[in-house]
Design a protein around this ligand. Structure first.
Ligand SMILES: CC(C)(COP(=O)(O)OP(=O)(O)OC[C@H]1O[C@@H](n2cnc3c(N)ncnc32)[C@H](O)[C@@H]1OP(=O)(O)O)[C@@H](O)C(=O)NCCC(=O)NCCS
Length: 164
């Protein structure tokens, strides 16, 4: 069964930066100093090595994700789904789009940090094949710990055989 029948995954537009920044403040950065303001989102939209994706529904934007593509790894900066649209597969659909693109680009692994006390997001990422590899004390503005998580797209043995 298709759990996300009316969702379109597409690139975010410059005129949506305010809305995405507000989603970051409310859904991701809650309780911390707001760092993902509109100009930073616009910078990511314009940067050739990053992607800002949105999940568009008939009623508006239900979720978004931002990822940076480096030479050998991708870093997932932000991923959020509106409260009312959770557990419909939207987060998984955004992540799958990014993983597929990263894989095609020859990227070996995707890394991310998530608040250590964010049990729901940690369970989400584990369900998508991400391993918890390190706790980063005070990572968020010296106030909250992070969990670093990693997902291998290419087996480490294979990756080692590639030219530097
Ligand atoms: C984490 C988040 C993006 C997940 O988005 P979502 O669209 O609800 O996730 P999906 O519906 O694709 O979930 C896929 C699977 O992940 C797991 N999962 C997702 N949310 C979960 C939760 N709160 N608790 C336990 N498992 C969860 C489940 O296995 C789920 O499959 P199921 O619904 O069939 O059981 C969403 O909860 C969110 O926006 N949280 C607030 C922002 C945030 O913390 N972002 C991450 C840090 S940047």
């Amino acid at each position: 069964m298709n759990r996300t029948p009316a969702i379109e995954i597409r690139y975010g537009r410059i005129d949506e930066a305010d809305e995405l920044a507000a989603m970051s403040r409310e859904l991701i950065e809650k309780g911390l100093r707001w760092t993902w303001k509109p100009p930073r989102i616009v910078t990511m939209m314009r940067h050739p090595d990053s992607v800002v994706l949105v999940a568009q529904t008939r009623l508006g934007i239900a979720g978004f994700a931002i990822m940076e593509f480096h030479d050998r790894h991708g870093h997932l900066n932000l991923l959020a789904v509106a409260d009312a649209r959770r557990r419909e597969g939207i987060g998984a659909a955004l992540l799958a789009w990014l993983e597929k693109s990263a894989h095609v680009a020859g990227i070996e692994q995707i890394t991310l940090e998530v608040r250590r006390d964010n049990d729901g997001a940690r369970a989400f990422y584990r369900s998508r094949g991400y391993d918890e590899v390190a706790v980063l004390p005070g990572y968020y503005q010296g106030r909250e710990h992070a969990m670093r998580m990693v997902h291998q797209l290419i087996e480490p043995d294979l990756a080692r055989q590639r030219p530097a």
